[in-house]
Design a protein around this ligand. Structure first.
Ligand SMILES: Nc1ncnc2c1ncn2[C@@H]1O[C@H](COP(=O)(O)OP(=O)(O)OP(=O)(O)O)[C@@H](O)[C@H]1O
Ligand SMILES: [Mg+2]
Length: 430
């Protein structure tokens, strides 16, 4: 745990960058510092690894005042990743990653093996190991930066706008990768960004700072969205707070109707007799095929003969209420098909049941989503806290034939490189 106890930083010219900061960064969680430019995020971060010392108050690492620990020792346990800097240009990628283990006296072979393992972990082709930093895209360099920060397996990771210089697609994949890694590694991470969406996506808790280095609010993302402390926070959070909040609320409160799921072998007469406007057709393995409108049925035959309208589907228990809402908006029927993790249809969320769930949310109920997002990247159950990339409704796409193959698709896309830069091992400032 990292504790800021009334921490203040006044620079020599009198600038107060951080003013009486009190907060705790719990062990094994990601805490994001977010706020406008100049609000003291970087200064706060660098006081943790003593690149800057506070002028007042105390900064504790597991209860020990960091100013009593000599910087090299302190930094051995703290990985550091920054934007667009830090890779040693004249060293191959593998040697960049092996830097800290070698400094710690590991033998060369072991350090290289560790570096290779980490490159794979952060999603880089082992081929890259022999290249120099300039031969990598910015996004790939950024991954190397993360690998290097993790090389000596430090319990704490400090990340200062690590993904700010890459394009939005690469950025999304780097964020997803970080969430995936964190689900495995459970590091104590302080992540700095000025991007509120990034903060919401990544943070177990988000600290919103205002200029002058004062803490405006510290809460989990769902609470921030639901109850901003003041106008500054409200404005900083931006638009669509209500909708965005749904990403952090479980879809479990949405009642599902199983009677609207019908096998493709159903004859048109009984479909018509159901009295329902829309029916969700499933195959013999209960995988969704598409919607049929009972008002437009031919005189005879079965539902298997008909052209079906594509589904909006979402994964029940994994996607959030926002995913369920999104899926209804993608369905011509206005209803969404809920599937389980294996792609089997488990029921239909109707507009009515969704509306009831949304009404509960507005009334202040609704349980947190287990792990909204990180779809398609194989991450499940990252813990009790709700976080993940935005909305993850899996829509069936334009072809009904494809509808059965949508489980687990959607969400996190392919991981590719981009632009950006990187890290320094313990305390090397770019
Ligand atoms: N060495 C320094 N001497 C004097 N003032 C400084 C120094 N370093 C930073 N500052 C000032 O302290 C304040 C906080 O700076 P800091 O770099 O911590 O902000 P930040 O929140 O990281 O901003 P950004 O989002 O732009 O990176 C700013 O007003 C900055 O100008
Ligand atoms: Mg900064």
């Amino acid at each position: 745990m990292i504790t800021f106890n009334g921490v203040t930083k006044r620079y020599a010219d009198g600038t107060v960058a951080v003013d009486d900061l009190n907060l705790e960064v719990p062990t094994g969680e990601m805490t994001v510092f977010v706020g406008p430019s100049g609000c003291g995020k970087t200064t706060s971060l660098r006081m943790i690894n003593r690149m800057i010392d506070p002028s007042g108050g105390q900064l504790l690492l597991d209860g020990v005042d960091v100013t009593t620990i000599d910087p090299p020792t302190l930094r051995r346990g703290i990985g550091y990743v920054i934007q667009q800097a830090g890779l040693f240009p004249h060293r191959k990628i593998v040697d960049n990653v092996a830097t800290v283990p070698l400094l710690l006296g590991w033998d060369r072979k072991k350090a290289r093996a560790r570096a290779m393992e980490l490159l794979e972990r952060v999603g880089l082709d082992p081929k890259m190991a022999g290249r120099y930093p300039f031969q990598l895209s910015g996004g790939q360099q950024q991954r190397v930066g993360v690998a290097r920060a993790l090389a000596a397996d430090p319990p704490v990771l400090l990340m200062d706008e690590p993904f700010s210089a890459v394009d939005p697609i690469v950025r999304t994949s780097l964020q997803d990768e970080l969430l995936r890694l964190q689900a495995e590694l459970n590091k104590t991470i302080v992540f700095v960004t000025h991007d509120i969406d990034e903060a919401m996506k990544l943070g177990d808790r988000v600290a919103v700072l205002r200029v002058g280095g004062r803490l405006a609010q510290l809460d989990d993302p769902a609470t921030l969205l639901a109850r901003p402390a003041d106008d500054f926070v409200r404005e900083f959070l931006g638009r669509d707070r209500g909708i965005r909040r749904l990403s952090f609320i479980s879809d479990e409160g949405v009642g599902l109707r199983t009677d609207l799921l019908v096998p493709a072998s159903t004859d048109v007469a009984s479909a018509r007799a159901s009295g329902e406007e829309w029916l969700a057709v499933v195959d013999e393995r209960e995988r969704p095929l598409g919607w049929v409108a009972t008002g437009h049925l031919p005189a005879s035959g079965t539902l298997a003969d008909l052209e079906l309208a594509p589904y909006g589907t979402y994964v029940s228990g994994r996607d959030s209420l926002r995913g369920a809402l999104d899926a209804t908006l993608l369905s011509p029927s206005g209803n969404a098909v809920a599937v389980d993790g294996s792609g089997r249809a488990v029921g239909v969320a109707t507009r009515r049941s969704l509306n009831e769930a949304l009404t509960e949310v507005a009334a202040g109920a609704g349980s947190p989503a287990k792990s909204p997002g990180v779809t398609g990247s194989g991450v499940t159950g990252t813990g009790a806290s709700a976080k993940g990339p935005d909305v993850t409704a899996t829509d069936a796409g334009p072809s009904v034939k494809d509808a059965g193959d949508t489980s687990g698709a959607g969400g996190a896309g392919a991981t590719t490189g981009g632009t950006g830069g990187t890290a320094g091992p313990g305390g090397v400032d770019g």
